[in-house]
Write a protein that binds this ligand. Sequence first.
Ligand code: FE2
Ligand code: FE2
Length: 178
Amino acid sequence: MNAKQYIERQLRAINRIGTEELLAYMDEHGFYTAPASRSFHHHYDGGLADHSIEVMLNAQQLKLAHPEWYEYLDDESIIIASLLHDLCKMELYAKQPDGTYKTRKRIAARGHGRLSNDLADKVGLDITGDERHAIRWHMGRFTSDLLRNEDIIDYKEALTHPLTYVIHVADSMSAKGE
Ligand SMILES: [Fe+2]
Ligand SMILES: [Fe+2]
């Protein structure tokens, strides 16, 4: 089973409203061939899919290591938030003739977690408020998306749910601090 089949199986098993629309969009817009970054972690074709799976496995391990979190961490939410946290990156990088990647557009100002949520909304995926928070704030406070008062309020609210921490740590572990 390759990464695409694995991700599709995970998301189909949850079967939220909008799942098939999401999977079709991911396939058509290069999710499975995109890198996860331009030159930091997982910067190769298919890196985004590998990174997303790694984040999911890390998050599941973190839950297992913390029984005190069990009742707060829904297994489906871990899968959704992990696999979709970098969803917007599927259209972000263009491969150059020399094999390196170039960023197609600037997203830093808006925050790529927020753009991933926007894409999930665009295809009509049904995601919960906790998942939305974990996706938007998966970079923790290391984001340029923490400027306005309403953003700070949203960030503080996100921090009241363990899912936000788990996805942030799981993502950091996969990116290995790069
Ligand atoms: Fe990210
Ligand atoms: Fe990530």
